[in-house]
Design a protein around this ligand. Structure first.
Ligand code: J2J
Length: 539
């Protein structure tokens, strides 16, 4: 197995420890501490379930024993694909307790993506829910197992069918590891939004991830009295760690799991459970702003609304306080590390117009022109970052590592930003070709690769187009080979390739040729411009 590691150079690791960022803490210890300190406090509410910290710790131990009895060994990887249900925490903290490493995927992922994550992480088990939102994950898991024989086990929350039921696991404290993991070892794997090709694996250590979590708690006002609503899928880095559900557990707060983020699902939960903080992507924030006055729920417990994942426009940002009566916190983060927040006591002007500033005094941020020279504050440039919770490398991907990191360890975020006084940044756009569709990142290359498999497609280029609601949506320009397929037929064909639905192009345009750049590459920039012109003509 290729080892999962995060190569922070020793001198940096030493500095991060000396400055108190890396506290030598680990995830299993965090839960154990909370279970001892606040056994009867509520940790998670979801559906009909209300678990205390004590219960969660017990359930996690049972899971841990169950996984180990299947034959998994500490250090093995387990792909987790679960919706927002309390069992997510029993599984995740069970894996932590057993020294196993969760690889987090989203409920929207389908066969193609899950096979990739299982293969790339060399996972020996996959954990799924039986069904969610009308989709049965059991046949998907069976197909993954068939495609990847090294995947030894599928564990199901709910009705297991042909797989193993997590409910059959039984407690056995004797098989649990007596020692905790090394804090500098990899605790979990996140996945990249990805601008080129398939998603990359992002190994995060106990030290670095926990730092981003506890420091976020301080900046977001999380206390044991906080009630965090998990509206976005919890496996995503934002609701997981900024400060998200893990922040809530670190602080001894309560998590409310919303199965879906729409107002009719989320608002009653806010009213009933007196939710104090939640995080949304911009299109959802718009929907909440529009629905709050109409639906008439009592949202007065809400103190902070975090918005991130994509740019939240100032005109919308301005409405948060008057309409929802809470403080807006803009969050500009990435699963690779660096997270920026507006501070809760920042002037409204900063909260509305910027995407915040980095968490840590030791976040090193560069804003460079295309030649790699620093640009003055206030001018657009490419954002690079290095720091105590920003990765130094993706897992097992030398090509991506050479592209995405400088020799001295800065991560090239691919974002174009303007830095302002006080280190606040405004996100202007991206240098790389991914589409940010309501916070879901889509790699243009990955979708093009699927399209090129179509027998009637000669070439394909996928670009973003502005969308009033989603921020961006995707458009595929296609040069057909012979008779062009209809857009509907093409979308149906894409769906049959079993990829996440959000990756299927929203619009399909047939063309005779592509504009190319000076070196003969497809110019996605010109294609985007062509789209904008078309839209203008329509308006
Ligand atoms: C503009 N673009 C943004 C913002 C992310 C917290 C919050 C978000 C993520 C996330 C995260 C943006 N304005 N406010 O992991 O911990 C775009 C940028 C960035 C990419 C990262 C977190 N917030 N973005 O969205 O790994 O382009 O993480 O590089 O999914 O989202 O995407 P992802």
């Amino acid at each position: 197995m290729i080892p999962l590691e995060q190569p922070f150079p020793e001198e940096f690791a030493r500095r991060y420890r000396e400055r108190g960022y890396w506290r030598g803490d680990t995830f299993p210890e965090v839960l154990e501490r909370q279970a001892a300190d606040r056994r009867d406090a509520l940790v998670v509410i979801g559906g009909d379930e209300r678990w205390t910290y004590g219960e969660l710790a017990e359930r996690a131990e049972t899971m841990a024993a169950g996984f180990l009895k299947l034959g998994l060994k500490p250090g093995d990887r387990v792909v987790v694909q679960l919706p927002n249900i309390p069992a997510f925490f029993a599984v995740t903290f069970g894996l932590f307790r057993a020294g196993l490493i969760p690889v987090f995927t989203l409920p929207a992922h389908r066969l193609t993506e899950i096979i990739h994550f299982v293969r790339k992480s060399e996972a020996s088990a996959l954990v799924i829910a039986d069904e969610f939102d009308g989709f049965d994950y059991r046949p998907l898991a069976a197909a993954v197992k068939e495609a990847v024989p090294a995947l030894a086990h599928v564990v199901v929350i709910g009705e297991a069918g042909e797989h193993k039921a997590a409910s059959d696991f039984s407690a056995d404290p004797s098989c649990l590891p007596a020692i905790y993991p090394d804090p500098s070892s990899v605790a979990l794997v996140q996945i990249s939004g990805g601008s080129t090709g398939l998603s990359k694996l992002i190994p995060r250590t106990h030290d670095d991830y926990l730092y981003s979590i506890w420091a976020s708690n301080d900046l977001c006002g999380i206390t044991p009295d906080s009630v965090y609503l998990a509206a976005l899928p919890v496996a995503h880095n934002f609701p997981m760690s900024s400060p998200g559900v893990f922040g809530a557990i670190y602080a001894g707060a309560t998590i409310v799991m919303a199965p879906k983020p729409d107002p009719r699902t989320a608002f009653p939960l806010i009213e009933q459970e007196k939710v104090t903080i939640t995080g949304l992507v911009p299109p959802l924030a718009l929907l909440w702003l529009q629905s709050a006055p109409k639906l008439g729920y009592d949202l007065s417990s809400l103190e902070v609304l975090q918005v991130g994942g994509a740019k939240f426009m100032p005109e919308a940002a301005k409405k948060v306080r008057p309409v929802l009566g809470c403080t807006l916190q803009q969050v500009f983060g990435m699963a690779e590390g660096l997270v920026n927040y507006t501070r809760l006591d920042d002037p409204e002007e900063i909260i509305v117009n910027t995407q915040g500033r980095p968490i840590s005094p030791d976040d090193e941020v560069l804003v460079l022109d295309d030649q790699g020279q620093p640009v003055p504050d206030g001018m657009p440039g490419n954002l690079l970052a290095r720091g105590p919770y920003t990765i130094r490398a993706y897992h097992d991907d030398p090509g991506a590592n050479a592209r995405s990191f400088t020799e001295d360890g800065f991560y090239r975020t691919g974002d174009v930003v303007k830095r302002m006084a006080g280190g606040y940044v405004e996100v202007l756009g991206r240098a790389t070709d991914h589409i940010n569709r309501a916070g879901e990142k889509i790699s243009a290359e990955e979708v093009e690769d699927h399209l090129l498999a179509h027998p009637a497609i000669f070439d394909a280029a996928v670009v973003s187009m502005p969308d009033r609601f989603l921020g961006e949506r995707s458009c595929a320009f296609i040069i057909p080979d012979g008779d062009a397929p209809s857009a509907a037929a093409l979308k149906a064909w894409m769906r049959d390739r079993e990829i996440a639905a959000f990756k299927i192009p929203d619009q399909v345009v047939m063309v005779d040729s592509f504009a190319t750049t000076a070196v003969g590459k497809i110019s996605r920039k010109e294609l985007r411009a062509a789209l904008r012109e078309q839209q203008l003509e329509k308006e």
